[in-house]
Ligand binder design. Structure first.
Ligand SMILES: [Cu+2]
Length: 492
């Protein structure tokens, strides 16, 4: 990384921000109108076949919500999906009852009902997804982009690239296949998960008949990738057979916002011949890291600045880890020849920490010792298919208790042969060590823990409530890999 260049770049952004407080303040002064977000269903075409999926459509007819600098998140979520839903504002830091998690205190929204939200959003690239049943797999997902004044002053064209994994099977069928049960059993299990979240039991095994952690270590380095066989991988709802072509200017300046909205798939973002600079991860600014290929775990986001050459069309690809399949979009000025890109190519390696280890937050947490350190062991295996935290399976988990004001450190210890993208609701944490090696890493809401690996994160307990902490692989979460952080004094 060219540190001199990065520093100037960062200073420039900081100066621009400093020069703008009046403008931003003026934007805030005017009460922002409420925005209507509709959770509904739609038909998309995948592999030349129609597919009925969910969708979240904002007031401008596009997926999701985009907010202006200083605008509050004042949203009326109308459920027209024909079934119950609840939508989580992934990575945002609202009060816990507005977080969109199906606690008894904030139950799912009935079909036909409208739920109002109003909180101060965090600027950056965020997203939203259902946290009810496994609707996320059926594309109840959308971008949530919160602009800030400094970023608008960059005068870059914004390009959102949202990734999905797609199957014509229902998520219940997928999970039944993974667990060797049937759809009726899966539906009963999902219902149970929302009826009795976090019913506290003692430590030790629950009575659910789930297996314990498999502590045996296979001799060779064997990694499990891609639990689910998908029918397609989508970039903004399309495959490379008919990709989105984003119109750009010759020599255009782009801010690419990549969102991995896939339920069980991780990718390498491949810029081809272009060189980009990662300037934010999970919405939070980092010192720029230059490159052409960047890993992205489930639920993570990357902001990548790209200055296009004068001539040509430029595919932006997402290549599935451990597989040859890929999806993507094409950036092209008017008149450019659009290349045809195959849907499969060379096998991409497993997603790893090559980027994570180089990231440094622009605004790291203030240095201070931890008041409390929790170790969370990640357990589970493919056969039988079940995943746990500290040997417990949601909802039979023991909440990890916090006091407001504490500096909290979490040691994540992966005792499985899969990587787990671990997501904390309601807090931005900093990655402070990878496999025992200290770093001043990125601020994030989702961090990947490699097979048999270890990651330490830190955050300040400044948002009282009940907060889920879970693997963002939907099928790991659904079979138990979720626990709760609960602040002292929150009545349940
Ligand atoms: Cu997992």
């Amino acid at each position: 990384m060219d540190k001199g260049y990065s520093r100037r770049d960062f200073l420039g952004a900081a100066l621009t921000a400093a020069a703008l407080p009046k403008l931003a303040g003026a934007g805030r002064a005017a009460a922002s109108p409420r925005k209507r977000l509709v959770a509904g269903t739609r038909i998309i075409e995948v592999n030349s076949r129609p597919a009925k999926v969910f969708g979240l459509v904002g007031p401008d007819g596009r997926p999701g919500i985009r907010l202006s600098p200083g605008e509050r998140f004042r949203v009326d979520l109308a459920n027209e999906a024909g079934t119950r839903t609840i939508v989580h504002w992934h990575g945002q830091l609202p009060p816990w009852t507005q977080d969109g998690f199906p606690w008894p205190e904030s139950p799912p929204i009935d079909n036909g009902a409208v739920q109002a939200y109003d909180y101060a959003p965090v600027p950056g690239t965020y997203w939203m997804h259902s946290h009810h049943d496994m609707q996320e797999q059926s594309l109840m997902t959308a971008p949530l982009i919160v602009h800030d004044a400094a970023e608008l002053r960059e005068d870059r064209q914004e390009v959102v690239l949202m990734l999905h994994d797609f199957t014509f099977r229902t998520p219940d069928e997928v999970l039944a296949g993974l667990t060797g049960t049937n759809v009726a059993a899966i539906q009963a299990m999902l219902q149970k998960m929302e009826e009795a979240p976090s019913r506290t039991v003692g430590t030790g095994m629950s009575g659910m008949g789930m297996p314990g952690m498999d502590m045996s270590r296979p001799g060779g380095m064997h990694m499990d990738l891609n639990d689910v066989q998908y029918d397609a991988f989508l970039a903004n709802d399309r495959t490379l057979a008919d990709p989105e072509v984003v119109r750009v200017e010759h020599g255009g300046r782009i801010r690419l916002r990549v969102i991995n909205g896939a339920s069980s798939s991780q990718f390498w973002i491949d810029l081809g011949e272009l060189v980009g600079r990662v300037v934010a991860t999970d919405g939070q600014p980092v010192h720029p890291v230059a490159g052409s290929r960047f890993p992205i775990a489930m639920a993570q986001r990357l902001d990548i600045l790209i200055d296009l050459p004068e001539v040509g069309a430029f595919p932006i690809l997402a290549r599935l880890e451990g597989d040859g399949r890929q999806t993507g979009i094409i950036l092209a000025p008017t008149g450019a020849r659009i290349p045809r890109i195959a849907e499969s190519a060379q096998t991409a390696p497993p997603v790893d920490h090559s980027l994570e280890a180089r990231l440094a937050a622009v605004q790291p947490l203030p240095s201070r010792p931890a008041d409390v350190i929790h170790t969370i062991a990640l357990g589970g295996a493919m056969k039988p298919y079940a995943w746990s935290t500290n040997g417990e399976y949601w909802p039979q988990v023991t909440p990890l208790m916090l006091d407001k004001g504490q500096r909290v450190e979490i040691d994540l210890v992966n005792r499985t042969m899969m990587s787990h993208p671990m997501h904390l609701h309601g807090h931005a944490f900093q990655v402070i060590a990878i496999d025992g090696r200290p770093i001043q890493g990125a601020l994030r809401d989702t961090v990947l823990v490699m097979p048999m690996g270890r990651v330490r994160i830190a955050f300040d307990a400044d948002n009282p409530g009940r907060w889920p902490f879970h693997c963002h692989n939907l099928y790991h979460q659904a079979t138990g890999m979720m626990t709760e952080f609960r602040y002292q004094g929150i009545a349940t």
